[in-house]
Design a protein around this ligand. Sequence first.
Ligand code: GLU
Length: 326
Amino acid sequence: MCGIVGYIGQGDTVNILLEGLKRLEYRGYDSSGIGILQKNKIKIYKKEGRISNLQSFIPNNLQTHCGIAHTRWATHGQVNDSNAHPHFSYDQKVAVIHNGIIDNYLDLKKQLESEGYPFQSDTDTEIIASLISKFLSVEKNIENAINQALQKLEGTYGLLILLTDYPDLIIGARSGSPLVLGIGENQMYIASDPNALIRFTNQVIYIADGETIFVKQDSYTTTNIHNQLVEKQIENIEWQAEEAELGEYSTYMLKEIFEQPEAIRRAYGEGGRLLAEFGNAKLGGLNLSTRELLDIKKIHFFSMGTGYYSSMIGCYLMETLARIPA
Ligand code: GLU
C-alpha cells in the first residue's frame, strides 16, 4: 500500500505531483507513474524503480491543469512498467491509481473479459478503470455511475480517477486506504498522506471509508457509496512541513536518531509526559485505571520496519519490569 497524489488548478501540475510523490518516498515503493489531462485526452507516464527514473522519462514542460500520481508497492503482478499505475480503461477514457487490494478482482475480470473487455496488466487495479467506463457508458449521472461501479468492489482501496469526458474533475474514493483533500486557493490537492500536501496548504478534509469525493479546482462534493451527499468538516493541520521533511539528513532513520535529544526534551518539558511530582509518566491515549491495568494478562505488539525493533524493546520491558507476557 503506497502513495497517491492528485492536483487540479493553475499551478505547475507535474512538479506538484512529483514533489508530492517524493514526500511519500519514505513509505517505500517499487515503481511510480503519473496521468495528466491534456485537451480531453489522458496521457500516462510510468516507470519501474525510483521516482527519478520517472522524472527523467517525463517530457519537459508538459502543460496540464489536472493530474494524478502514484507510487506502487506491487501486490498483484510483477514489478514492471506496464503494471505500474495509472491504469487505463479499455477505451482509454478512464485512468485510475489505486492503493490497496481488490479481493474479488478475478471474478470481476472474468466477467468483464466474457463481455469482451481486454486487459493489459496483471494488476487487480486495471479492472476498476474498465468497470467505471462500463458504468459510465450506460449511466449518464456521473456520481451515480462511479458509486455503482465502486459498489462492485470488495477489498481495500484509496483511489483517484481521471475521466477524459470530465476534464475539470478528479474523483477520489476510499475504503480502508487513507485519502485526504487539501484545499488551496482556487486549487485542490488530494493525497493518501497529509505529508504530500502540507507544503501547499494546511486546510484539509479527511475522506472517510465508504466516501467518494468529486473535486474541481474551486469546489468539491462528497457522497457515500449509495450516492447520498455527505457534509464534511474542514480541519487545520497544525504541524509544519519541515517536521515531515528529510532536511539535511540522508534517511528518515538518521533524522529520527538525531531528533532523539529534542524528543526527550519535549517529553520531559512543560506539557510533556513527565509528572515530576508523582515520579510518574502521563501517557496519551491509554486512559486505563490502575485496576484495568492490573487486569491485563498479555500484551501484543504489531509493527514493521524500525518499529519492529522498538517493539522488541517494549516486549522485553513489559516482561521484565511488569511481568506481563508480551
Ligand atoms: N494492488 C495494486 C497493485 O498491485 C496496488 C498496490 C499498491 O497499493 O501500491 O498494483
